[in-house]
Design a protein around this ligand. Sequence first.
Ligand code: UDP
Ligand code: MN
Length: 250
Amino acid sequence: HLPKIFVVTPTHARPVQKAELTRLKNVFLHIPALHWIIVEDANGKSELVTNFLKTSSIPHTHLFKQTPVQWKINQKDPRWIKPRGVLQRNEGISWLRENISPTEKGVVYFADDDNTYSIELFKEMRYTQKISVWPVGFVGGIMVEKPLLDEKGRVRGFNANWRPDRKFPLDMASFAVNLGLLVRSTDAFFSHRSQRGFLETDFLEKLATRDDLEPKADSCTKVFVWHTQTSDPDLNREQKLKVQGKRSNL
Ligand code: UDP
Ligand code: MN
C-alpha cells in the first residue's frame, strides 16, 4: 500500500480560519492515504475546528498547544519578528513519535493553514527517502525561492537572497521529511530559540546533510506551493450587529 502522508497544520482562531481550513480540505480530499494532524494554538480544542473536522471526511488527529504570551507577536509588529506555529508543529511531531511505529512507511509535511497547495505537490513528496525539496512561490522577497541543481541533478545551492549563508535556506513549505527519519531523530524539534529566520535550517540540520536532499517538482523547475498570505476581511459593521444581538456565528 501507499506510504502515508502526514500533514501537520498549526492553526489559530481568527475570522478567516474556517475559510483557510476549507481551502486546505478541498485539496487534501483529492489525496489518497493522507492523515491530517491539525494543531490548534489554543488551550483546548475549539468547537469550530472540532465541527469542521467531524464533517471533513479526512482521516485526522486533532491536537492543541498554546503559544505562551512571550512568544506571540503583537498586532503592530512585523510578521517576521517571531516565528509562528512552532510549538504546534512540535506537538504534531511528538504525537507521531508516540503513535507511529518507526517502521511505518510515510512522509511528514508541515503545511501552514494560509498557503496555497496544489494537488501535484503530494505526488512529489510521497516517496521521500530522507528530505524532499522543491520551489515555493512568494518567499524571501522573490517570486520563487528554490534549490539549484548541478548537472547530475543534485542540490548544489539555493537561489535564496536572504541570508544565503544558512545551511538550508528553505521555507517550511519547501520540504518534506521521511516519517521514519523524523520519528527516530528524537532531538529534531523546532525552537523559539533559533535565530530569527533560522527555524527551518536549524531543524533540518538535525536531520540531514545537503547531500541527502532529494529535488522534486521536475528538478525544481515547477512551483506547486505558494506562500500566500490572506488579508483580514473588513468586519467594521460586525460590532454593531453584535450590540444588536444579530451577530452572525460562523
Ligand atoms: N499560527 C499559530 N499561532 C499564531 C499565529 C499563527 O498557530 O499565533 C499558525 C498559522 O495559523 C499558520 C502558521 O502558524 O498555520 C504560520 O503562521 P503565519 O501564516 O501567520 O506565518 P507566516 O506565513 O507569516 O510565516
Ligand atoms: Mn503564512
